[in-house]
Write a protein that binds this ligand. Structure first.
Ligand code: AMP
Length: 578
């Protein structure tokens, strides 16, 4: 990535810069840094760049700087090989032009109603994005007037060649006014494309983003080709299945970093976002937390992760494919530090295969298909770890206090030692320790969890809803948004169907649609917020009966259904047992 150039230095107008900032773009990608100033100067360019390099913004942003919205004529024409790309590019213009008053862009492709296109063209549009066939159609009918055109863009020219559109493209190019600018983008440069460039472009600037050949021998690299919609779920699967000390997840925008952070926090991961515009102090706090192990996952943009050197990072997930090979090399280089082994997983959508191939070519590696460990494998590994831990404890730790508990357990329960041990192992699955060896006693002297009637008035359960109790509250760091996020995602429930949420110190009450299937209830029992299992159960609005205590008082205030000690709640949430 280019190291120093900022969007504000490229000569783009303020309204376009505002959109970029709002979209969370932190820095121009290499193709943007080079193409934007050239196009603003009016130069023709021949860019060798594939999808995923940010090439759409590389031409759309300078185009928008040149558009005069007071005029009704077409000023920019973009040719694309497919209708999907036409729509995608038109949407990109729309996004970048959200502060350009009166700006209009129209995608035009075969299969879409001609009437609609004619009506829109009549109203006047500034940018037309279309497939060559339909554009030729309109030119033949005289319904597309290019007399005032300033710029033409050929997007994915080699794909247009592969799909047999080159003749149409040339026909269109020959219709353009003499004084115009052309930007031609192609992932590869076959002879025919070079010929078109020679014929129609004037003294073009060649832009090719060079890659690096650096190899990272101690980093195991793999690839998961998946659809965009699948990525979030896949991310959680990888984090669940992989064994790692700390992980860094790379995304493209600040917004993506924020969204994913909320998503993962809602699932109980100790994670934080690292963004380019963070104050230095905040940045250091997050990095130190990762270094010390109070944070396990960082979600970062390329800019933010520059120079990051934390030995604990053993897993890099390229959630959004990087713009170029350099960025990829930099990203995966955050792991495998100090001679350690690291793992890097690349998520790529089918459309991004070119960038993936470019990475493979430049690094001379073939990325192996990512193999998500099975549940069995994960369990086997955890058991092996447990055995190692137990052996270590037996060898080195003073177990006297624990032995006493073990004896009384065995004495009290009328079952075999094996059964008791199994039950103990199972009750430890949340990673909560049995004893607090190093915690000062005052930490345990917290107030008792109070039932709601003691603290604030409770509203009646509305018609069609049922009230549930969740075993997580304010004191655990839960917030309503985490709870909504976890329920909506885990139960696949529209957030609008989640009713009132009342957070108390040690638990939460939430109203959910009555008649929610049992399977969903079961899923929500195990979902996590702030590192704690929700242990969802129906809440009954009456004092809970407790066993009579020896002193005659009633004890109806256990902190949860398993009667875990109060002190347990003091422990910071952990992702998994260690
Ligand atoms: P493209 O290569 O044009 O298909 O762009 C790929 C993706 O990168 C799109 O989702 C863009 O929104 C995003 N993108 C483009 N430029 C930037 C940038 N400078 N910073 C962050 N994201 C970007």
């Amino acid at each position: 990535m280019s190291d120093t150039i900022q969007f504000s230095e490229l000569g783009l107008p303020a309204d376009v810069l505002t959109s970029i900032t709002e979209l969370g773009y932190e820095q121009p990608s290499p193709i943007q840094a080079r193409a934007i100033p050239m196009l603003l100067e009016g130069r023709d360019i021949l860019g060798q760049a594939q999808t995923g390099t940010g090439k759409t913004a590389a031409f759309a942003l300078p185009n928008l700087a040149q558009v005069d919205t007071r005029s009704k004529s077409i000023q920019v024409l973009v040719l694309t090989p497919t209708r999907e790309l036409a729509v995608q590019v038109a949407e990109a213009y729309q996004r970048y032009a959200r502060h350009l008053k009166g700006f209009r862009v129209l995608p035009i492709y075969g299969g879409q109603s001609m009437q609609l296109q004619l009506r829109e063209l009549k109203r006047g549009v500034h940018v037309v994005v279309g497939t060559p066939g339909r554009i030729i159609d309109h030119l033949g009918r005289g319904t597309l007037k290019l007399g005032e055109l300033k710029t033409a863009v050929l997007d994915e020219a080699d794909e247009m060649l592969n799909m047999g559109f080159l003749d149409d493209v040339e026909k269109i190019l020959s219709h353009l006014p003499e004084k115009r600018q052309i930007a031609l983008f192609s992932a590869t440069m076959p002879q025919q494309i070079e010929r078109v460039a020679k014929t129609y472009l004037k003294n073009p600037e060649h832009i090719e983003i060079a890659g690096s050949k650096k190899r990272n021998e101690n980093i195991e690299q793999s690839l998961w080709v998946l659809k965009n919609e699948r990525k979030r779920e896949a991310l959680v699967q990888v984090l669940e299945a992989e064994e790692y000390d700390a992980s860094i997840i790379f995304v493209r925008t600040r917004l993506a970093a924020e969204e994913l952070t909320i998503h993962l926090n809602a699932r109980g991961y100790r994670c934080s976002a690292l963004q380019g515009d963070m104050a230095q102090k905040q940045r250091e706090t997050a990095i130190n937390a990762l270094r010390k192990g109070s944070l396990d996952v960082l979600i970062a943009t390329d800019v933010a992760a520059r120079g990051l050197d934390v030995e604990r990072i053993s897993l890099v997930i390229n959630y959004d494919i990087p713009y170029d090979v350099e960025a990829y090399v930099h990203r995966i280089g955050r792991t495998g530090r100090a001679g350690r082994q690291g793992k890097a997983v690349l998520f790529a959508t089918p459309r991004e295969r070119r960038m993936q191939q470019a990475i493979e070519r430049h690094l001379s590696v073939k990325l192996t298909k990512y193999d998500l460990p099975t549940r069995d494998e994960v369990e086997q590994r955890r058991i092996a770890e447990l055995i190692t831990d137990v052996k270590k404890e037996l060898e080195s730790k003073d177990l006297e206090r624990y032995k006493k508990i073990a004896e009384s357990l065995l004495e009290e329960m009328d079952v075999s030692g094996e059964e008791v041990l199994a039950a103990v192992l199972r009750s430890q699955r949340d990673g909560r320790p049995l004893l607090f060896d190093a915690m000062p006693t005052e930490q345990f002297e917290q107030r008792e969890p109070r039932e709601p009637r003691d603290s604030k008035p409770i509203q009646a359960v509305p018609e069609g809803y049922k009230r549930f109790r969740l075993n997580v509250g304010k004191s655990h760091g839960a917030q309503p948004k985490n709870i909504v996020g976890a329920i909506a995602n885990e139960a696949n429930m529209d957030a609008n169907h989640i009713g009132r949420i009342d957070l108390f110190d040690y638990y939460t009450l939430v109203d959910l649609p009555d008649g929610m299937p049992k399977e969903v209830e079961a899923i929500l029992k195990k979902a996590r917020v702030a590192g704690r299992m929700l242990e969802l159960r129906v809440w009954e609005d009456r004092p809970r009966s407790g066993k009579p205590r020896r002193d005659g008082k009633r004890d109806g205030r256990r902190s949860d259904s398993k009667g875990r000690g109060r002190g347990n709640d003091q422990r910071p949430p952990r992702r998994k047992s260690q």
